[in-house]
Design a protein around this ligand. Structure first.
Ligand code: RIB
Ligand code: CA
Length: 351
């Protein structure tokens, strides 16, 4: 071990998943062991292609990428190309990946990594929790074998973003979310040393907003000429890379990807910018100081009706069930955004 935190990201790339992958690549605290792919924002095959291509673009083609679940446990797959673009990377384009997929599927890769180094690996899920649910079915000891689990998912005291009550990752596969939360609840009754999963829902991730002015900051951090960086904010050239921004492949990718995301948020959330859910969760997994949590019992509604896919937290302890999630109730989005700009900007600038 290198003294760094061994981490596996499970993604449904996804524009914000892309930023999460880059944030992980740019974070010296972690050793990125692998990235596993799940169907969600776009079909799993596209997730796997974009994820491999992005890692290669970032100079991390060495990181194994495994293909996982092509559909949720029970529901038919729903995707959202409207939010993330047909390939999950907005207006950006990436060359086809050169590296092959890992031979193992996502669930087996997670299980083998946890068995190889018990108590060492931090799993961060940033999409529907289907792969983790499948892994738990094959290896029920995972909550004790992993160092911990951090997830982007749920809406605990705020409205959903997919239905009035449900957040996308949980909505796509509520059955998987229920399996995962129940597995940790069960493990905690047997072994109180199992860490509570950190659950970062929309309550905190929707405080992490990136705007064109932040992209200008990131471009400057990457070494782009001031005029080219400032052009990203100017109304006439907003979020269109030119000059030294366009000449930097990673910067160009980020700008084209985010422009699609900004256009989506302008239509549906009323601001030209984006919630960057997933990299905030990676940042929280690395540094818990960024979040304030409440240990709560959480379950998921898998039935029909308006509460379908709702994450229900027992704030008053009425059920009598022991907490199974450390639910993030506060998050330092400003500090996170500064770190994202510094780290991904530094990665793009090669320093
Ligand atoms: O609800 C936000 C989550 O759904 C993020 O992980 C985003 O990438 C989508 O997967
Ligand atoms: Ca995601």
């Amino acid at each position: 071990m290198t003294g760094r935190l061994p981490m596996i990201l499970d993604v449904d790339t996804g524009i914000d998943d892309s930023l999460a992958i880059l944030y992980a690549c740019a974070s010296p605290e972690i050793e990125l062991l692998a990235v596993t792919c799940v169907a969600g924002n776009v079909p799993a095959g596209r997730v796997a292609d974009s994820t491999r291509s992005l890692l290669e673009l970032a100079g991390r083609g060495d990181v194994p990428v495994a293909l996982g679940a092509e559909r949720p446990l029970v529901k038919p797959l729903e995707t959202t190309e409207e939010t993330h673009g047909p390939r999950g990377i907005g207006h950006a384009e990436l060359p086809a990946p050169t590296r092959a997929l890992a031979e193992q599927d996502a669930a087996d890769l997670i299980i083998d990594a946890a068995r190889r180094c018990p108590g060492a690996v931090q799993l961060v899920t940033l999409g529907p929790m289907t792969n983790l649910a499948l892994a738990l079915r094959r290896e029920p000891r995972l909550p004790s074998l992993l160092r911990g689990w951090t997830f982007m998912g749920g809406a605990f005291r705020v409205p959903g973003n997919t239905t009035p009550t449900s957040e996308w990752n949980v909505y796509v596969d509520p059955d998987a979310a229920q399996v995962c939360l129940a597995a940790w609840a069960s493990a905690l009754t047997v072994d109180s040393a199992v860490p509570l999963p950190l659950g970062m829902g929309l309550d905190v991730t929707e405080r992490a907003r990136i705007l064109p002015v932040d992209v200008t900051r990131l471009a400057r951090r990457a070494g782009a000429a001031d005029a080219d960086a400032d052009a990203l904010t100017d109304a006439a050239t907003r979020m269109h890379p030119r000059g030294t921004v366009r000449a930097n492949p990673l910067l160009e990718f980020i700008v084209h990807a985010l422009r699609f995301y900004f256009e989506f948020h302008a239509r549906y959330d009323g601001f030209y910018g984006a919630f960057i859910h997933d990299p905030f969760v990676v940042a929280g997994a690395i540094d818990r100081v960024l979040v304030e949590v409440r240990p709560l019992f959480v379950d998921v509604e898998v039935g029909s009706g308006l509460a379908h896919g709702m994450t229900i937290a027992d704030w008053r302890g009425i059920t009598g069930h022991a907490p199974n999630v450390a639910v993030a109730v506060e998050g330092d989005a400003a500090a996170f955004l500064d770190r994202l700009i510094d780290r991904i900007g530094g990665l793009a600038g090669g320093r």
